[in-house]
Design a protein around this ligand. Sequence first.
Ligand code: FAD
Length: 317
Amino acid sequence: MHIIEHIDKAKGKGPLFSFEIVPPSRGKSGQEILDVVEMLLPYNPSWIDVTSHSSSAYYREKQDGSLERRTVRKRPGTLGICGIIQNRYKIDTVAHVLCLGFAKEETEDALIELNFLGIHNVLALRGDTPNFQKSFGKEKTLNFYAHDLVSQINELKKGRFLEDLDSAHPLNYCIGVAGYPEKHYEAPSLKLDVQNLKRKVDAGADYVTTQMFFDNKQYFDYVEHCRAAGITVPIVPGLKVIRSVKQLQSLPKSFHIDLPDQLVDEITENPEHVVEIGKRWALKQAQELMANNVPSVHFYVLNDAPTVCEIVKELQR
Ligand code: FAD
């Protein structure tokens, strides 16, 4: 079922919960991520997002002591993991699809593969600039911004593939895109960023999932900005649970977000209780969002399923 149908069906009937997980690192067992999915199952996930990762460059020391530059996708496997979750556990799965690092031709192949796996939901993203430029050759074409990728997927929904094909089957996708309550870090202003979000919606996006935020006011204000700009699609709030003191530095650095003074003060004054404080904070945020009838509460689970499960259990009481 499309995400947008899940959201429509749940209107007035109570909250939905959705989760975002990350494929294991190259070389790790696939069972790792299935263990996470199995932990989430009792909490009736409406859908599960699986992130996608483009290649990055690294240096390897050769036997003669010289350095060799290599590129690798550290976390491959998005399509396969989506296929297992969708078909083994019968949970709707949202495959993240990136512009950067993938030619339009590769993206089309990935979307065909997802369709064969019975997956009809994607989150269309630009990705972050990789630390190397993959060369594609002149015969390949590229998506630069997420709205370019949304347009490509929307063409496939009409049965228009990159190559003219006679009587091609349309690929039926519900398309999500990313939104940033605190503004995307490259955008000169929130106003311009919201205008760029509108380009994605005008290109065919059906809903938005937000970057994590720790102050609900930022989400509520963002939704207001978006509505004022003519964006009418559902905007799903994304929540992350803090579980270590280190994250006070790493989350703002990696995701270009601010942490509220109150949360930072509580953790720095009581570092030994960071897990409890993080859990309480996320629970309070989720309760307030639910009271305001958000389309779903979306948890960035990453590698912390047990804590997220405890919070959702509390919310479902
Ligand atoms: P875009 O919408 O293309 O926007 C990027 C920037 O360009 C913004 O500043 C925007 O304002 C600006 N812009 C857009 N259009 C134009 C235009 N026409 N002219 C000028 N400026 C323009 N990353 C991953 O690598 N893998 C994942 O699985 C992943 N999942 C994510 C899930 C969510 C819910 C979120 C919020 C982010 C995720 N990301 C992921 C991170 C994302 O790839 C980065 O934030 C990236 O920098 C921007 O992606 P975007 O799709 O929002 O880009």
